[in-house]
Design a protein around this ligand. Structure first.
Ligand code: HEM
Length: 469
């Protein structure tokens, strides 16, 4: 192959058909693209040249080896590209990216690296250990509120719980204040969704401003909801600036504003962006991971029984501690397998900031590069019986057979998830404590399909009847 060759892919006309398929089912469309054209393929989405790269080696090239050749969203001559996902059928991305602003999920280069460094201590092992107590307190309260025979929407419940966990652990926000934040966030979700949907029919070009085509009333409601969230966060910042509080992520962010601090201070707007980034990235993902985990456990009684037996042996009815989590090996295998089958972040995008050649191909400046956790995690080339829920894949004997970079639910490289250690404490604590007290019976009429929003959600509510363990 010549280094200048363009990867295979659909013709211009076929790309139009592909985009229509993407709008309906982006996961299926990307899977078909991979099966038809192989590990790297090219298509056009409106004015964008898009390259879909699906192999462990490409994940490594894009996220680790050549990460300097890409931005996530903008910069180095690339304009803000948050609209691209809509042309690919991913729901809800623009409102999400607008809300998190220049927080580390979407910022680039020096700003990203500096803010990530400021926040990193809150995610180090010693800090993570201190969150276990807040987590178990909140999980115990959630368990206490359940009643025998009650039917819950498991995603809604996990969302309420994980939001409170992130607010308390990282920002010392709890009780009525956390409830207020939850209500404001729910309002944002509702109005954002409404404005998104009502914009759809009139939106001739999904890459160009959604906001321009929103009916006035929806747009106003949505803007009001954003303002409310902003006010809440600025109040939080002000209060903490005035009086002490414990050491948490907020204190690391505010420390940069302290007198005598040598580094440049973070502006309040920068802190606001980081707070909303962490709160959103830190609970939506875990919510979906846990929702799918409960669904899988309730429909696989053998796995459920084995999990409960581990809880009996390791915990014997005790509340788990930070140290216990590393001993809950089967629980972690179950969680990994849920992350494989239903990766909460199922698609990542990058933009090339120069012409790059790898794998024998040239990827021109400005191209969109996609990698997909979902497509790779379901590839029979790396996973035998990929659709099967089989936590034993992650046993010490078998996990060595899975190539590095074929499993990347938290991403890899310098832009990988900062919250992985947080999630890997929180999820086993939730799974083990809830399972010690309760059993969930799946009672929805339909099997839930996946719905690819920014995170991978169930298409219909997953209803569970609660039974004592
Ligand atoms: C099961 C749970 C989680 C999953 C599957 C997950 C997955 C990911 C992935 C794949 C990325 C990289 C995205 C990209 O580059 O396009 C990411 C980034 C990020 N995640 Fe997570 N995440 C989870 C939990 C959390 C938690 C608990 C927090 C915070 C408390 C968090 C905060 C972040 C942040 C701030 C970034 C941006 C990092 C950067 O660009 O420097 N995540 N996450």
């Amino acid at each position: 192959l010549k280094a200048s060759a363009s990867p295979p892919g659909p013709s211009f006309q076929e790309s139009q058909a592909l985009l229509r398929e993407m709008k309906k089912d982006p996961i299926l469309a990307l899977t078909k693209l991979y099966r038809t054209y192989g590990e790297v393929s090219h298509f056009r989405a409106l004015e964008n040249e898009v390259y879909f790269m699906n192999s462990p080696d490409f994940v490594k090239q894009v996220s680790v080896v050549n990460h300097h050749d890409f931005v996530k969203n903008q910069g180095s001559g690339i304009e803000n590209s948050s609209g691209i996902y809509e042309s690919l059928g991913v729901k809800g991305n623009r409102i999400f990216e607008e809300l998190v602003g220049d927080g580390i999920l979407m910022s680039e280069d020096g700003l990203h690296d500096w803010h990530r460094r400021v926040m990193q201590p809150a995610f180090n092992r010693d800090s993570i250990a201190t969150y276990a107590q807040s987590m178990t307190d909140l999980i115990a309260k959630w368990c206490d509120r359940r009643a025998d025979g009650e039917t819950i929407s498991v995603r809604k419940e996990m969302q309420g719980l994980t939001l409170r966990i992130v607010l308390k652990s990282l920002f010392s926000v709890e009780g009525a204040e956390a409830d207020e934040f939850a209500a404001d966030l729910a309002e944002f979700g509702r109005t954002g969704e409404a404005s998104h949907q009502s914009a759809e029919p009139g939106a001739s070009d999904p890459v160009l401003g959604l906001r321009g085509v929103l009916p006035f009333s929806d747009k106003k409601k949505y803007e009001k909801a954003v303002e409310k969230l902003d006010r809440f966060v600025y109040r939080m910042i002000d209060r903490r600036r005035q009086g002490g509080g414990r050491t948490d992520l907020m204190s690391y962010l505010l420390r940069k504003q302290a007198p005598g601090e040598t580094e440049k201070a973070l502006a309040d707007k920068e802190i606001r962006d980081e707070v909303l980034t962490i709160v959103l990235a830190g609970h939506e993902t875990v919510t979906n991971a846990l929702t799918w985990t409960w669904y899988l456990l309730s429909t696989h009684p053998g796995v459920d029984a084995k999990l409960r037996s581990e809880l009996g042996v390791v915990l014997g009815g005790r509340v788990p501690s930070f140290q216990d989590v590393s001993r809950l090996t089967y629980t972690s295998m179950v969680f990994n397998e849920a992350l494989r089958l239903y990766p909460p972040v199922w698609l990542e995008r990058r933009r090339a900031i120069r012409d790059i050649s790898f794998g024998g191909y040239t990827i021109p400046f400005g191209s969109v590069v996609l990698i997909s956790q979902y497509v790779m995690h379901h590839d029979p080339a790396y996973y035998a019986n990929p659709e099967e829920f089989d936590p034993e894949r992650w046993s010490a004997e078998r996990r060595g057979g899975i190539p590095t970079f074929a499993f990347f639910p938290f991403g890899v490289g310098p832009r990988a998830c900062i919250g992985e250690p947080f999630a890997r404490l929180e999820a086993p604590l939730v799974i083990s404590m809830v399972a010690q007290r309760w059993r969930m019976e799946f009672v929805s009429e339909k099997k839930p399909e996946v719905e690819p929003h920014v995170t991978l959600q169930p298409s219909t509510p997953i209803l569970m009847r609660m039974r004592p363990s």
